[in-house]
Design a binder for this molecule. Structure first.
Ligand SMILES: [Zn+2]
Length: 374
């Protein structure tokens, strides 16, 4: 790389970024679990549990460590903050580091919040969201997005909420930071502090598994316009197992799913597509039963049927005996980065900047001040 190019890259990274006071800590608060009647914490021998006097029931775990059980009233009203000091502590099925906060929620059930550094969080999310053996440039694009998404959520949460993100697909997949995978760790390190911005603020960095040929405009999914979440042609995700898919679902199963979601349809007879978006995803459809019909959004149909049963709203449906056959492409809402597309672009020699610029047109890569990227 020439010196001029390096200088240009350095300049593009030094643009000022709006960082609110709330986000200035460089910490992310993740809601790991909620609504639990009880919790089991396993402390390894190197963790000193003496500071946790008067909390829960403690017993030796048989391997030199301590198992602590919390149930019912065995948690102080204001909750507990446990600083793990870098030691991995198992909380139910999660292996956590950073600060573990145990609280009671409004229903009197336990809630676990994990507070950890933005960089540690980024590394963990990349490891969950993409295969650890994926090409580095795709992992780096994912690292920038994971970090950006966390920043966006932290800056846009409502004041009453005491966490920034959930650990599930609702936010980004997070399974604790204890297992360090080489590729994701390198991707986080090589993009340290980098986030994607529009007009100087972190973008709403949504992404999905596979677009199946064209990404979706955010407006067609959520009814909100974003200048950088527009439909893009994608010819890089053909390798995805979700590039093309076929599902056969019994009518009785579809009836049940729709009824549970509040659509009173009995004996589904036909599915008519009323309107498709530019990316050919279903915007509105009519489902016709024995005694009436309902017009619904494609996204609502997918939600009612189950997100894994119907991987995307880009499908055709026809009746076949006692079932409906769905033939579709892509997986997920289709907005923003196509993860398999990023993998394909990286395999074709594109770098993470080119990948991000492609899926989020008009955005700028920026670097957080050093003390925020912890
Ligand atoms: Zn794609």
């Amino acid at each position: 790389m020439t010196k001029a190019v390096i200088l240009a890259l350095a300049l593009s990274l030094s643009l000022p970024v709006f960082v609110s006071n709330a986000a200035a800590s460089g910490k992310v608060r993740v809601l790991v679990m909620d609504n639990l009647p009880g919790i089991t914490l396993d402390f390894p021998p190197e963790f000193n549990v003496k500071g946790l006097f008067g909390i829960g029931e403690k017993e030796p775990d048989g391997q030199g460590g301590v198992r602590m059980t919390l149930s019912g009233n065995s948690c102080p009203g204001g909750g507990v903050r446990i600083n793990t000091d870098g030691v991995v502590i198992n909380v139910n099925k999660y292996a956590l580091t950073g600060v573990i906060e145990i609280k009671k929620n409004g229903k009197g059930l336990f809630r676990i919040i994990n507070e950890l550094g933005l960089e540690d969080y980024t590394r963990a999310v990349v490891g969950e969201e993409m295969g650890a053996d994926w090409p580095l440039e795709a992992l780096k694009a994912q690292a920038v997005l994971a970090r950006t998404y966390a920043m966006y959520r932290e800056q846009n949460r409502c004041a009453a909420q005491d966490y920034d993100l959930c650990a599930t697909v609702k936010s980004q997949m997070f399974d604790g930071d204890a297992v360090i995978k080489e590729g994701p760790a390198l991707a986080a390190r090589e993009t340290r502090g980098e986030i994607l911005t529009y007009d100087g603020a972190p973008i709403e960095a949504v992404y999905h598994s596979t677009c199946g040929g064209r990404t979706e405009d955010a407006y067609d999914v959520w009814g909100r316009k974003y200048p950088y979440l527009i439909s893009r042609k994608c010819r890089y995700c053909a390798d995805s197992p979700y590039s093309r898919w076929k599902r056969r679902i019994r009518i009785s199963v579809l009836d049940d799913s729709l009824r549970r979601a509040g659509y009173m349809i009995e004996g589904l007879k036909a599915i008519q597509v009323l309107e498709r978006s530019r990316s050919r995803r279903i915007k509105t459809m009519r489902i016709i039963g024995e005694s009436g019909s309902v017009v619904m959004k494609g996204t609502d149909f997918r939600k009612a049927s189950g997100y894994s049963a119907i991987p995307s709203t880009a499908f055709e449906a026809h009746r076949d005996g006692d079932s409906f056959v769905f033939v579709g492409r892509g997986s997920g809402h289709g907005v923003g980065l196509c993860q398999y597309g990023a993998r394909g672009m990286a395999l074709a020699g594109k770098n993470y900047r080119e990948i991000l610029r492609y899926y989020y047109p008009g955005t700028t890569l920026a670097k957080l001040p050093e003390d925020k990227a912890r």
